[in-house]
Ligand binder design. Sequence first.
Ligand SMILES: [Fe+2]
Length: 255
Amino acid sequence: MIDVHSHILWDLDDGARTFDDSMAMLRMAAQTGTTDIVATPHANSQFAFRPEAVEEKLSLLRESTAGLIRIHSGCDFHLHYDNIQDALANPAKYTIAHRSYLLVEFSEMFVARQIDAVVSKMLAAGIVPIITHPERNLALQQRLDDLSRWVKGGCLVQVTAQSLLGRFGSKSQRFAELLLKKNLVHVIASDAHDSTDRPPRLDLAYAYIAENYNPELARRLFVENPAKVLEGGPIYVDALEPGQRHDTRRRWFRW
Ligand SMILES: [Fe+2]
């Protein structure tokens, strides 16, 4: 499995605190079936994104884990004005593996029309936004139509593995299920912050999807789509129009 969202780099944000924490998280990820993990420290008003520190920590961890797991660079990018301007000017600075896809976290007080404009600017700059864990965002939980429009317009959606298992409460769990049923989930990731409360594990959620939906879907959400995200390649997306049947769905690719 490939985990595209994690806070495994120590002393950069509210994730791992020490080098040992980072190593423990990486060992746990590898032991539970993750082959590749993307380190995505926050870029928000509380934590500045420091690309040199990210690279330095990545190389130390790559050396120390020696073949246990592949570690890639990325960012948990908060959607606010200064961040957006900087990403549009330097797209590869924040994207996953410096390619096309960018994790974007919405504030809980967004204005939908402004998001439309930001999304089109990002797409024009070659950045494909991946909206992170809408199921945990109180505003997005009420805005399924907007979310669906952003997906049609070019965004992808990432759900947090633990949301499906109830870690963030029943509302988040129900909304995650609804998104799955509407074909509005493209990637499931851990968003791990430590080894205990929010661990870097995908295995339990993988089993949940394989059992309650189907094994093909589990493979797509935990392996195939995240692999495309790493490569910066196109992802197969299908979304149902309201009232549309599965066999008449429209299909297109995200690049
Ligand atoms: Fe995160």
